[in-house]
Design a protein around this ligand. Structure first.
Ligand SMILES: [Mn+2]
Length: 497
């Protein structure tokens, strides 16, 4: 593999291909197929059975990441799906035990390392260059973006890291947004309404009547993919999430100047799309299909097509030789990893600051897509800690605004084992005493139970009842809830793995 030489001589080579090389050495984590596959619905239909997991309708399962080597209609491109669709695999890729990943990210946020800009000749993403002013330029022929189900609005870039800068002050942001290929040089971008940081930058450029330069970076070091999923307040407006990826790796992310627009892109990305978001231009997300549907989203449902979205006018596509298009299924376990582990880090940070030493761990659990549900493992050490676990739950809601359900468990319950969590609910929980409702709080618009049609008590789409399920034992009753104690033994000699 080609490596870079930074000033000072250190070698950097964290990229997608290095991640794949790691998985190839780990049994059960990676498979390839040479069977030709269609990007239109077939590829995702296959992977659902191989390893999607998450909130995908059953049958599905956790399984290996999968490379499709032969894509119908594309001569040299490959498609990788499910790279992060397993917490264990994320642990292998970030060299950290799965239950410590939240702590890894928490520490990384506190020790950011700025990206560096390398020269054009060191940028692997420039191995092949296609400019939009060339005849026959068509992003749909260059980028094998899957259409995940037959009713989707079109081919989607689901693992594209959108990078842009504030046109007024140069602040930077990188975030994954759903992007649909709409024409030969047009891509729509969906921003959840509110204050998505890139949308703030975009609106400023639009206000000034200026095109806003962006890059879409596909196929990068998984540390970058996960870091780009942080949200405020952990990463407030102006916090460049690439600095977190730098901290995870102990080395700066390498950027390079775009060829055709005035911004940066990730130097070793498999694909880079350069373009301009034009002021005042909008497109209907399903303009090519009219299905009213967008694509499968993390709660397990297909999101509605948005009638009016900003558009990237593509100016160039660059890629590596034999490029890898990385994709994911929206509701898969991959979303749980990417959204959930940063959520865990955010909760750990806030609760630790408020009440050090009590929150032992957090799991942003799979059934919530990494966003709607968190299990907090909380240790009460003194009578005055009683009730503090509920305060921790309130802090968790503050640490991540889209969180809907918090489950509180004691130190003798494994928060990552949902059977154990539900055991605690069955034996340490009284519904009328230990459920705390916080109605009328804004949550996340993609949860279909949060609509005025669902109940008159819900004033607006996206407003929800946040709920705490306190499955901890009252401190003064701890002795009554002692789990059966088995003998500590050296079991391996009886039955080795
Ligand atoms: Mn941000």
């Amino acid at each position: 593999m080609k490596t870079f030489h930074l000033q000072g001589g250190s070698q950097v080579n964290y990229d997608l291909r290095k991640a794949i090389d790691i998985l190839k050495r780990c049994p059960g984590q990676y498979i390839e197929t040479n069977e030709p596959v269609k990007c239109h619905a077939e590829l995702s239909g296959v992977y659902r059975h191989i390893g999607a997991g998450g909130t995908v309708m059953r049958p599905t399962r956790l399984g290996p990441a999968m490379m499709f080597n032969r894509i119908d209609g594309y001569s040299d491109a490959r498609v990788l799906i499910g790279l992060l669709a397993s917490r264990q695999r994320v642990g292998l890729l970030l060299d950290t035990p799965p239950e410590k990943l939240g702590f890894l990210l928490k520490d990384a946020v506190l020790n950011p390392i700025d990206p560096v800009t390398v020269s054009d000749k060191d940028a692997l993403c420039r191995e092949v260059v296609h400019r939009a002013d060339e005849p026959d330029f068509d992003i749909r022929k260059l980028i094998p973006a899957p259409t995940n189900t037959e009713e989707d609005a079109g081919p989607y870039i689901t693992m594209g890291m959108l990078y842009g800068e504030d046109p007024e002050n140069g602040q930077k942001d990188i975030t994954i947004h759903r992007m649909c290929l709409q024409g030969k040089d047009e891509i729509s971008v969906y921003f959840v309404p509110g204050a998505r940081h890139l949308d703030v930058f975009r609106a400023k450029a639009e206000q000034a009547g200026k095109p806003w330069p962006v890059s879409v970076n596909i196929g990068v070091d998984p540390a970058i993919a996960i870091s780009s999923c942080f949200e405020p307040p952990t990463t407030p407006l102006g916090f460049n999430e690439l600095t977190i990826a730098g901290a995870i790796r102990g080395e700066p992310v390498q950027m390079v100047k775009c060829l055709t627009v005035d911004t940066l892109c990730i130097a070793n990305a498999e694909y880079v799309i350069e373009g301009l978001i034009m002021p005042g231009v909008r497109v209907a997300e399903d303009k090519n299909t009219g299905t009213g549907k967008a694509m499968p989203e993390f709660p397990g449902y297909t999101g509605g097509a948005n009638p009016s979205l900003p558009v990237i006018k593509v100016t160039a596509v660059t890629h590596r030789k034999n490029p890898i298009m990385q994709t994911c299924i929206g509701p898969s376990e991959e979303h749980v990893s990417m959204a959930g582990i940063p959520t865990e880090a955010s909760i750990l940070t806030m609760v630790e600051q408020a009440m050090p030493g009590r929150l032992l761990n957090v799991y942003a659990a799979s059934p919530g897509g990494g966003k709607y549900m968190a299990v907090l493992q909380f240790k009460k050490s003194a009578p005055s800690d009683e009730g503090r676990q509920r305060q921790a739950a309130l802090l968790a809601f503050s640490a991540f605004s889209e969180l809907k359900h918090v489950f509180l468990v004691d130190e003798d319950v494994d928060p990552f084992d949902l059977n154990d969590v539900l055991w605690a609910m069955n034996t340490r929980f009284q519904g009328n005493l230990d459920t705390i409702f916080i109605p009328g709080v804004r949550c996340h618009p993609l949860d279909p139970s949060q609509t005025p049609e669902y109940s008159d008590a819900i004033p607006e789409r996206g407003v929800s009842c946040k709920t705490i399920f306190d499955c901890t034992v009252p401190f003064h009753l701890k002795e009554n809830f002692r789990r059966s104690r088995f003998m500590d033994v050296d079991y391996v000699k009886f039955a080795s793995d």
